[in-house]
Design a protein around this ligand. Sequence first.
Ligand code: SF4
Length: 281
Amino acid sequence: MIERHALSAPGNWYIDTRCIDCSAACTLAPGLIVARGGQSVFARQPLTAEERLQAWRARLACPTASVRTECHEDVPTGAFPEPMTEGVDRLGYNARSSYGAHAFLIRRPAGNLMVDAPRWTPAVVRPLENRGGVSDVLLTHRDDVGDAERYARHFGARVWIHEADRDAAPFADHVICGAEPVGITEELLAIPVPGHTAGSVVYLCDERFLFTGDSLAWSFEHNDLTAWREVCWWSWPDQLRSLRRLLSHRFEWVFAGHGGSHCLPFREMRARLAALLERLE
Ligand code: SF4
């Protein structure tokens, strides 16, 4: 039975009690949708056109279809793919099988790259076709595979995953081995970061964009970088060592599977990462 969450603010928009607390809605509509006692709720009703667009993004991304309205609202155009910065879009339509992880598209003249995969839907396929398809699917780890196999098959894309997580994506045809960074192209580096899972990988593009899976994220609540010991499935000491190794790389953006994505000048990003490690170690 679909029930409105009792803590969701009065008004047209609400979240129901089927929410699995995947955090996707909170990161698409920070401040508007917040976590309360193990589920997400609207803290207040959207007021502006931008806030309504954020609410719609949460609705379209929600893997349990828990973001709802009492009265009909027209779907706005341009919700997804969501432009994040030049050449990077968030795809939306998060998969339940990945526990609502965000997936991204890196647009490149030589071939577009999908980072992790959303659920399979024409609402993602059509825009991808209009943008020239997908040449590679870059999987950050075993949890965020989503419907990667269907996208890879449809677009004839190569699929990358680390050998330690490969059993979660046996269809992957490019396997990253060992602990050292691997150059996929001149601009794209796969950096193994064991910790959250044994085969976690972050992908660094143009020394600017770091796609972190579930290894590192931005917290809108604390306005800072964060990492989660309570959802570290493999080894927390390994995850901390992996994050420390990222200090030797330059990046301005963190694009997270779970949690927020954010941009800072690279020196500040590095200082925030060092401070995070100080807090966590
Ligand atoms: S996206 Fe849906 S399931 Fe995930 S936290 Fe938001 S409302 Fe809950």
